[in-house]
Design a protein around this ligand. Structure first.
Ligand SMILES: Nc1ncnc2c1ncn2[C@@H]1O[C@H](COP(=O)(O)OP(=O)(O)O)[C@@H](O)[C@H]1O
Ligand SMILES: [Mg+2]
Length: 465
């Protein structure tokens, strides 16, 4: 087991794409860190640099205190599990799991002992003599994990290992991975674009946008104190509502009415009396049906809204209603953010925004009828419309200092070479380094980009997490 440290790590591909931009991240020994962000933000690239399948263009990577920038993957002793876990179809489950040990010339008795132990932990004991073709998707994924476990690596690296599974199985495997990680206490870096996995699996979550690290914190910290619009919109489901608003001193004018903000919220704002445009962020659960609020009511404001659509989920109720007053600038900005977050855009053809409120399921609100709703004003976030920065984080909050939105170029859409599949040659050069056949990338096959290696570390926007 080992700690992993990234210092100003960058990746520039041969075509000039900056996939990872000056990332600083300390992953403690035994820690479970989730790397999350939308498709194309550089997650796989970062993971592949850690494991050694991709050259590092700038900065320093250390594992267990030792600089490993130029160390071959097999010498890093890390185990990687991919989305497209490829198993050898002609080998039994036992031999698939044993494969990396065979490559490392481990003795027969130790192979048996380690494979049996991994099979026991993963509940694969009954299946050891089967071929992969006779396994379900979840069982195959467990075999791929078994192959990672037997190597007793310094760290586990997962690249969206569950995204090919159906929703139910994904939920089960999520719990299983969390349980395994706790049991082994092995340093783990887990890449996903799924905010639910990010929130539920790890000790800490690192949010990446266009190659730039936005914020690193516990799921709670990210949820309660997002440093900017991007993190606020990414973490949480349904997403935070963003409304155009005007702030004058402590007074906030929202499309649903005017409220006086508590001083805790405005403490970090510059004391200017003049009007200023802001974006108000309100989580769905900070609304409630007025008739279901007691003593708490004094901490908020009430307003009426005509509910468009109701989704009753049994344990909660989602009420959707439109609000007016969004100008074109707001709409354009929000549509852009929604695109980046892979979410549905707001209605950009009108001056309306759609708001979702999460209400108690006993609420009697009705579709197409005016409802009386309550908003908890203590929980409003205000964001700068230009920079996206959260203006309402307590001053001195370490998470709030200097973590502005990165503004690197967008390079969306193209998936990296990690999506390669196929049954690779078992004797592939670096197969033994991460124990998954058929998933090698350019670095593993020896194609280096000399120009990438001389790229100096880029400055600006760096912070240590
Ligand atoms: N071999 C490559 N050459 C050039 N650009 C690449 C290569 N691999 C990935 N990229 C680009 O780098 C960016 C980050 O990719 P990737 O790390 O795969 O993102 P993620 O895993 O977050 O979806 C994307 O813009 C992608 O198109
Ligand atoms: Mg990826």
């Amino acid at each position: 087991m080992a700690e992993i440290t990234l210092t100003n790590v960058s990746k520039r591909y041969a075509d000039g794409t900056i996939a990872v931009d000056n990332v600083n991240l300390d992953i403690a020994d035994g820690e479970f860190v989730i790397l999350v962000g939308p498709s194309g933000c550089g997650k796989s690239t970062l993971l592949r640099m850690i494991v050694g399948l991709e050259d590092i263009s700038g900065g320093e990577l250390t594992i267990g205190g030792k600089e490993v920038n130029n160390l071959a993957p097999r010498d890093r002793n890390l185990a990687m599990v991919f989305q497209n876990y490829a198993l050898y179809p002609h080998l039994s489950v036992r031999e698939n799991i044993a494969f990396p040990l065979r490559m490392a010339k481990v003795s027969e008795s130790e192979v048996t002992q380690r494979v049996d132990e991994a099979a026991r932990v993963l509940e694969l004991g009954e299946l050891l003599e089967r071929k992969p073709g006779a396994l379900s998707g979840g069982q195959r994924q467990r075999v791929a994990m078994g192959r990672a476990i037997v190597r007793e690596p310094e760290a586990f690296l997962f690249d969206e290992p569950l995204s090919n599974l159906d929703a139910k199985l994904r939920g089960q495997m999520r719990t299983e991975i969390a349980r395994l990680q706790k049991r082994f206490g092995t340093t783990t870096v887990y890449v996903t674009h799924d905010q639910t996995e990010a929130m539920t699996l790890g000790d800490r979550v690192a949010v990446l946008r266009k190659g730039v690290l936005q914020q690193v914190g516990t799921p709670r910290e990210l949820y309660n104190s997002p440093v900017n619009l991007f993190v606020a919109g990414f973490i949480g489901s349904p997403s935070m509502n963003f409304l155009p608003a005007t702030l004058t001193g402590h007074r906030l004018r929202l499309p649903i009415g005017e409220v006086d903000l508590p001083s805790e919220l405005t403490a970090g704002l510059p004391a200017e009396g003049r009007e200023r445009s802001v974006i108000a962020g309100i989580r769905p659960e900070h609304f409630e049906d007025v008739s279901l609020i007691g003593e708490e009511a004094r901490h908020g404001t009430t307003f009426s809204a005509t509910i468009d659509v109701i989704e009753w989920m049994g344990s909660e109720l989602y009420a959707y209603f439109p609000v007016r007053g969004a100008d074109q600038g707001h709409q354009a900005g929000m549509a852009e953010l929604a695109r980046e977050l892979d979410q549905e855009g707001v209605r950009s053809d009108t001056d309306e925004s759609q708001v979702v409120a999460r209400l108690d399921p006993t609420s009697q609100v009705r579709e197409s009828v005016e409802a009386q709703l309550w908003l908890d004003v203590r929980r409003i976030h205000l964001f700068d419309p230009e920079t996206g920065e959260n203006l309402t984080l307590p001053p001195g909050d370490p998470l709030g200092a200097g973590h502005r939105n990165g503004d690197g170029d967008a390079h969306q859409g193209v998936s990296g070479p990690d999506s390669q599949t196929g049954q690779g040659d078992p004797l592939q050069k670096h197969d033994d380094a991460y124990g998954a056949p058929g998933s090698t990338g350019s670095a593993a096959t020896g194609e280096h980009d000399p120009s990438g290696e001389t790229e100096p570390p880029r400055s600006g926007g760096a912070h240590r997490a």
